[in-house]
Write a new protein. Sequence first.
Length: 364
Amino acid sequence: MHRHFQVVVVGSGPAGASAAIRLLRAGVTVSIVASEDTQSCLPGEALSPEVRTEFRRMGLEEDFPREALPSYGIEALWGQEIPAFHSYLCAPQGNGLSVTRPEFHGALLRAVLATGDCVFFNGQFLLAERTSRGWTVGIRIGKTTETITCDLLADATGRTAAVARHLGARRRRLDSLCGTSSVLDFPIAQQTLVVEATSYGWWYLTPIARYQTLVCLISDVDIIRYFSAFHSISWLGLLKKVEYISSRLGALPDKVETRTHPCETGILDRITGNGWIAIGDAAWMVDPLTSTGVLKAVKSGAEAADAIVECLAGNTFALAQYENFIRNDLDAYLRARRRQYAIESRWSRETFWARRIWENLASA
């Protein structure tokens, strides 16, 4: 006999966890389908202070996650040659947080399981078929396949948007931004997020654990390919010329391991449909310059959960209203991003920055 749930959430990252917690508190029966070893391609992240407010709304502890380091502000060499410091000292929410992704995702999942009777399937989403009552969902668990049913399906699979794309949605990409990063196994004294613009893109640095520092280059895919920055030796050579960040790191190792991850802005052509909804990065993705990826995901999960509860109660417009909200949010984000990139004018003729200027002119 198949197990039936009101909602199946595919994905257990910030968006999926936020939605599941909100739904469980509303008395909805929920199952999460995700692989325990599924992790973000980014090994760590700096979270803005605003995320603490969302954690509290989820009912999480003030120091959640306990493994996180405090982040005291942002240092930016952006539009000028000397760093400007934005302190979190006066932020009403408190300091920001620096986290490793595996620990963060594990803490989120534990929070979901502590909230209510959520059934977790450690497996991979295979397919979803529409039925008169809702959905039949196929899951691969190890070498076997299991089937469950639900009234409504939530896609929280991140940038892959596995469920939405399976149901026919397509991703609209607004740029080709890409990141190449490395985790260096030594600490830095200052617990701040450091951002430094260069002629070909920008770099950032943040501690993510007591003895680990994440360093990342952000640029367009073709520019990273031109500089061979997908390769660790070339990546290190570029980093040594990034004066402020390299001075903060001190002596760099001769060899590092790098990983590459997409970080373009994009949105699905359909965020909701008949009995399904996309949340977090599955719905739309933001430039890491905003430092709001996790905040957006957590808020999106809560908003999606509210829409799902209304939909289950008979409000046939609830999912469409959620989609309109997300699209309006994207418009506001794009305006803010254009303003931020416009501040940096030192390399206006270089390819990376000229593209951002053209984007501003085209959208004016």
